[in-house]
Design a protein around this ligand. Structure first.
Ligand code: NFS
Ligand code: SF4
Length: 633
């Protein structure tokens, strides 16, 4: 591929060139080798749910219009989508469950982890109706675990407690009326798989309603649960200053990259990298330099100020710098190609989870029991590896950007409270009412090799902030924007006058010595729940539904099934959700119509598909203005 067409990230052309010269193929080359991609798959018209297939539907109406069993385009696309959303939800629920198990271990007295944030513990306990008076921390944690485990054991029709406790009444009523209130999250995922096997549901509407239900499973048993428990164990993020892009790698330090998703591992690596600094110095390094990739990178960036190396699409190129001594991974978004690329350098790739093994990688089992010993071992492996680094193969790009991050809802409220201690949300809302802030958009999700790397995130956000739209962000979108300088307070110059005035006022009131950045980093993909919490808080304050607010979400370059399940949750919350890559349902006009039009009347939110960033920005702004008009703003 032409090296300048791959990405708008300035580090990529040179590193990609290096990979080419060293005979390494990357995601970009493998994408090219896949062309042309199958049109049936792209439009969702292919079914492999039984072994009579594969079956495909002719989108032009000339060939077969039904699979061997009689499943139509509608059934096949809706079924495929439900499976993808169920898989996305499964990933997040499994993530949250891992953290829940550690919380239970804490109640039982494990020494590997502890409660860092008593405030958050009390707040979550309060939400779940736990009386915390006269109870020890351990008793509160125990009771909390019991209540949450009940959701996973619940065999009846009772809706999930965690969802009920955290949702506005109006949403609960809407979901109940539609029959999409989830019960036991594990059961919902199981049932979605059952419902989509051969010879089951053939009603596209029923399948889409189930998809919405699985979106809610993700939103509450995945995202919200994971974020809350992680905050309790590791602390709720507060503003931090750090840096982003491959320029954060350091020539004379041991470079360790944490990649994956669950902070149970990455937090421990941070802890032990700090504790074993002296060993690194003895080995001839100036110290240990940690950097993150993907969402676990976001987790330690938000809580520990660990710099960000790069995002999803450039994970391989990080290794091509030749400067990464060790990359340790847990779950999700880890390209299997990493082992082969690491083998071309001194880089050690370490897997840690029983469900993620990669031939060619070294495996160090990581559990609550082994958390400390495994992390020490991994950090020591990195120090050893540093001594084998080949300077002739090292190329560290210079580019990196300043990043101010750490904007949990708690941190945002604290910053706003400096303007109005009694009603912290009031300054935000007053500025929305006055039009200084036109609306709020969340840009989230991945990179996708089908889109020029980071380009859609950046062009979309440029347009939005220029039009006084406040942007909050998570995931690899946050990475793209961080690398491009949008989280440097200096980026306030790129915004419209109204937004600039607000950001400056908040910055001044907080003695930040400058404005807030125009793009607020709210964390990892599970931290999309923070965005949900913010939306709910504003809606409650105004006594309206989240669906009435001048807000929208966008996943400009999404690739993962998790992004589809998060998007479905956002739609269920009543939020218009833009997708910059066409989802694989286009083969059914009916399914497409339900998701992009009819959904709005039913649930308040809908998907909006637009593959041009400028048109997408215009469409989102139009939506925000329409919502403002309905609120008489
Ligand atoms: Ni989200 Fe994170 Fe990135 Fe996409 Fe993958 S890292 S959980 S799925 S690619 S944003
Ligand atoms: Fe074909 Fe039906 Fe089997 Fe799918 S379930 S592969 S459409 S026969």
């Amino acid at each position: 591929m032409e090296r300048n067409k791959l990405s708008v990230d300035p580090t990529i052309p040179n590193i990609y060139q290096k990979a080419r010269e060293e005979g390494i193929s990357t995601v970009f080359d493998r994408y090219e080798a896949q062309q042309p991609q199958c049109g049936f798959g792209l439009t969702g018209l292919c079914c492999r749910h039984c072994v009579q297939g594969p079956c495909r539907i002719d989108p032009f109406g000339e060939g077969p219009q039904a699979g061997i069993c009689g499943a139509t385009a509608e059934v096949i696309t809706a079924r495929n989508l439900l499976r993808q959303v169920a898989a996305g939800a499964a990933a997040h629920v499994d993530h949250a469950y891992d953290v829940l198990e550690v919380l239970e271990q804490i109640a039982k007295g494990t020494e590997s982890y502890s409660i860092k944030d008593q405030e958050k513990l009390k707040q979550v306990a309060f939400t779940l109706g736990i009386d915390t008076a006269n109870k020890t921390e351990r008793e509160i944690v125990e009771e909390m675990c019991q209540i949450i485990y009940r959701d996973f054991a619940n065999s009846g029709a009772t809706p999930m407690t965690y969802l009920k406790a955290n949702s506005p009444q109006e949403r609960l009523e809407t979901w109940e009326k539609l029959g999409v209130l989830p019960r036991n999250p594990d059961r919902e995922i199981r049932e979605a798989l059952h419902q989509t096997t051969m010879g089951m549901d053939a009603d596209p509407v029923n399948l889409i309603l189930k998809t919405i239900r699985l979106g809610l499973v993700d939103g509450f048993a995945g995202l919200k649960l994971a974020t809350d428990l992680q905050d309790i164990i590791f602390g709720t993020p507060q503003p931090v200053v750090t840096e982003a892009n491959l320029g954060v790698l350091k020539e004379d330090y041991v470079n360790i990259i944490v990649h994956g998703h669950v902070p149970l591992l990455s937090e421990k690596i941070v802890e032990w990298s700090r504790k074993l600094e002296d060993e690194a110095k003895k080995a001839g390094a100036k110290g240990i330099n940690l950097a993150g990739i993907c969402c676990t990178g976001n987790e330690v960036l938000m809580r520990q100020g660990v710099p960000l190396a790069t995002n999803f699409l450039a994970q391989e190129l990080a290794i091509v710098t030749g400067a990464v001594d060790l990359m340790v991974v847990d779950v999700q978004c880890i390209m299997p190609s990493l082992a082969e690329i690491a083998a071309c350098y001194h880089t050690r790739l370490v897997t840690t989870m029983p469900i993620v093994r990669i031939p060619g990688a070294e495996h160090v089992p990581f559990t609550t029991e082994t958390a400390d010993t495994a992390s020490q071992q991994i950090v020591r492996m990195a120090i050893e590896s540093f001594q084998k680094r080949n300077p002739a193969k090292v190329y560290i790009p210079r580019e990196k950007a300043k990043v101010v991050a750490g904007f949990s809802v708690e941190a945002i409220i604290k910053a706003l409270a400096k303007l109005n201690p009694e009603e912290p949300l009031k300054p935000l809302i007053d500025n929305i009412v006055s039009g200084n802030i036109l609306g709020v958009v969340a840009t989230v999700g991945c990179n996708n090799v089908k889109v020029k790397h980071d380009w859609f995130h950046i062009e979309l956000v440029k347009e939005l902030i220029r039009n006084n739209v406040l942007v909050v962000t998570t995931g690899c979108s946050a990475h793209a924007l961080a690398k491009a300088g949008f989280m440097d307070p200096a980026a306030v110059e790129w915004t419209g006058e109204g937004l600039k005035a607000v950001l400056t006022a908040i910055g001044t009131a907080n003695d930040l010595g400058g404005p807030l950045p125009p793009v607020l980093h709210m964390g990892s993909c599970v931290d999309n729940s923070r965005i949900g919490d913010l939306v709910i808080a504003v809606a409650n304050y105004l006594k309206v539904s989240p669906k009435d607010l001048p807000v929208a979400a966008s996943a400009p370059e999404y690739q993962h099934e998790k992004a589809l399940s998060i998007g479905t949750w956002a739609v269920a919350m009543g939020i218009m959700t833009h997708l910059g890559v066409v989802p694989p349902v286009a083969g059914s006009p009916k399914v497409t119509r339900i998701l992009t039009q009819d959904a709005e009347a039913l649930i308040g939110g809908k998907f909006y598909v637009e593959t041009d960033p400028y048109k997408a920005a215009a469409g989102i702004i139009e939506h925000i203005k329409a919502k403002r008009a309905l609120l008489n703003l």
